[in-house]
Ligand binder design. Sequence first.
Ligand code: NAP
Ligand code: MG
Length: 477
Amino acid sequence: MNKFPTKLLLNGKWLEGSGASRLVVTNPATEETFAEVSSATVGEIGSAAEAGQVAFESSWRDMPPGQRAELLRGIAKLIRENTESIAQLETRNVGKPIGDARWEIDAGAKVFEYYAGAIGHLCGQTIPVARGGLDFTLRQPMGVIAAITPWNFPFLIACWKVAPALAAGNSVVLKPASLTPLTALCLGQLAQEAGLPDGVLQVLPGSGHEAGNALATHPLIRKIGFTGSTEVGAKIMKLAADDIKRVSLELGGKSPNIVFADADWHRAALESPMSVFANTGQDCCARSRMFIEQSIFDDFVSQFVSATEELNIGDPLLDDTQIGPMVSSDQRELSESFIAEAKGDGRNVLTGGERLSGSGFYLKPAVVTGTEINDRVWREEIFGPVVCLRPFSDEAAMISEVNDTSFGLSGSVWSKDLNRALRVANRVESGVISINSHSSVHTEAPFGGFKSSGLGRDLGMSAMEACTEIKNIYVGE
Ligand code: NAP
Ligand code: MG
């Protein structure tokens, strides 16, 4: 996309925005600024909430479900037709490899297709109540839902939030992350082109402190769908408490990758680097704590390090790049501070942790062993290309260590003994876990966290149901 939107999409119109400051968009591979985007004020968020309410009442809530589904399919079709240009834009803005970006834009189209189909399956129940008569439930839309999204998967996570909310009959105000507002604006543009009525999907970039805060406190916003840090998620939950707004929160993680000696561990060693270093480690599902059975630990580590050193790190616009730069200088410095602390504590940084020469926020994937369980590098979410490996010998003690964290998002277990794998998967406190695989996110299945990793679920029917209220109706005899 050589030309892409940079204004606010408010009630079907592209507006400059009255905020004095503009969002500066940088290419992390070159460190060059290539766009400036309008930033919404509290007043503009208020106007969007009001326009969203009008659109909800006048056009969207009562539209026949089949017609709504057609419009969502139309958005999916336009996403597919524009995959390459949106992917190029995402790569320039986030620094993610172009192959990953293409996959993500295509996955966004699938999300719209899935929820278009799901509209026909959003059912209530008939309930045989004790006193006779007819009792049944309806699933009704809530009104205006706000989506607040992060910078690591800007387009795809926007689709995760927007599609189920629209499918259920709500209007949506989307506020993308300030670092990466462009592809969310593209989504707004495509939705307009597909014929979505004005005000049904509005996209307002703006700072979290101003625009995000205004969404979380506006009385017309009935629900906040948020993905981001645990810290901001907790803030939003507090703000939402004042008028009992619904919240769904997808937050941080420090996910385990558990490898037993009876697994196909050569395969696990080969595949595991990308389970943590994909998207340069800026992934809430990153398997950043590895638990390796003692008897294979040394051999596993050596194969894991070799596989890590083979990863192709460089220009994200090249087709064979696997690891691009980090999104910003700040994020890179944050990862570097963890690596420096680990080194200072005498831990072994076996490979990586250095910058590439030249421009771009590159950081070579770092592999750390010898950590103690109270080290920050082992306990805290880094959100960068850093992994720690520790050996274990006793299954029960290992599971306690796995669960000794406030997070509980994702993880993997590798073993050919399916009983053991299921036993462990059952005990790990996380919302999502994979056996002999690192694939844990599926459009059709619920995705989200236990404990401080979140509240509620994205994807699957759960996400759509969570964008509705249940109404019970009783008809007397
Ligand atoms: P973040 O700082 O929490 O920001 C997320 C979104 O919230 C951004 O749009 C941000 O706007 C906005 N925001 C910031 N402060 C706000 C406030 N006071 N009120 C309302 N909104 C506010 O997270 P991030 O830096 O974008 O992303 C990194 C974090 O997200 C990591 O910790 C990661 O684990 C988590 N994450 C979780 C998942 C998941 O599915 N569980 C997925 C991706 C990322 P600004 O951009 O203007 O600050
Ligand atoms: Mg942030």
